[in-house]
Design a binder for this molecule. Structure first.
Ligand SMILES: Nc1ncnc2c1ncn2[C@@H]1O[C@H](COP(=O)(O)OP(=O)(O)OP(=O)(O)O)[C@@H](O)[C@H]1O
Ligand SMILES: [Mg+2]
Length: 230
């Protein structure tokens, strides 16, 4: 496989927290790759470091050691501003909790990243409207987030994550707060958008059924153990 086929490439990544006797090593010498267009599930027991891993890939945190390349670029040598630019250009995030702004309506929430990026109000509304259609919520554009169900709120969070057309979608237990039918519905939507928008997607999940519907499953084991790439 040529390296240009890789959207995400981690080599020898280690990350721990704290100092002295309270120090914990979470990730040790971790290698991980995601090919362009791949839909990758990350699974593992609670506390093993799945969110930490996603935060490192998403450039929200820096590793203690090792290399992180996104889209062929070495994120480790980039300064804070360059990292922020890379994040804005490359990455859409979805979390377990939607973090929608309750004082903005649905359309404004989805349009917000575009407005922050300096797009015109008109352009932002058009892109946001199209995304609301794609997530099946065009009819709720004027609603406020607390008027929506949990599943609908997460669909809006997915739309917002894709507003800037990032090539890489990172989702940390996006279905973790949903009941089974809504979890499967949200995952189906993510998979559709993954194909439609030509994304590379990394989804942390505890749901084995969802993991099995991804292209590949990466099982994260405790730092003391060996990791297996299944
Ligand atoms: N900022 C931090 N400071 C100190 N410890 C942290 C920090 N972030 C994570 N940890 C610790 O690192 C370990 C891994 O946490 P992480 O949130 O990555 O696990 P996880 O696999 O996502 O778990 P879960 O499935 O419960 O979400 C945990 O022991 C956690 O307490
Ligand atoms: Mg987590």
């Amino acid at each position: 496989m040529s390296e240009t086929d890789l959207m995400v490439r981690l080599r020898g990544v280690s990350k721990g927290f704290g100092a002295g006797s309270s120090r914990i090593e979470v990730l040790r010498d971790l290698d991980l790759e995601a090919r362009r267009g791949e839909l990758l599930a990350v699974v593992g027991p609670s506390g093993v470091g799945k969110s930490t891993l996603l935060h490192l890939i998403g450039l929200l945190e820096r590793p203690d050691a090792g290399k992180i390349e996104l889209d062929g670029l070495d994120a480790g040598t980039a300064g804070p501003e360059e990292r922020a630019r890379l994040r804005n250009r490359l990455i859409g995030f979805v979390f377990q909790f939607h973090y929608l702004l309750t004082e903005l309506d649905v359309l404004e929430n989805v349009a917000l990243p575009l407005r922050i990026a300096g797009k015109s109000a008109r352009e932002a509304r058009i892109r946001a409207g199209r995304l609301l259609e794609e997530v099946g919520l065009a009819g709720r554009a004027d609603a406020f987030p607390d008027q929506l169900s949990g599943g609908e709120q997460q669909r809006i969070a997915v739309a917002r994550a894709l507003a800037m057309k990032p090539p890489l979608l990172l989702a940390d237990e996006p279905t973790g707060n949903l009941d089974r039918p809504n979890a499967e519905h949200l995952f189906s939507l993510i998979r559709e958008l993954h194909l439609l928008e030509g994304l590379t997607s990394i989804i942390v999940t505890h749901n084995e059924k969802i993991a099995a519907r991804c292209d590949r499953v990466f099982r994260l084991a405790a730092a003391a153990e060996h990791r297996t790439d299944v």
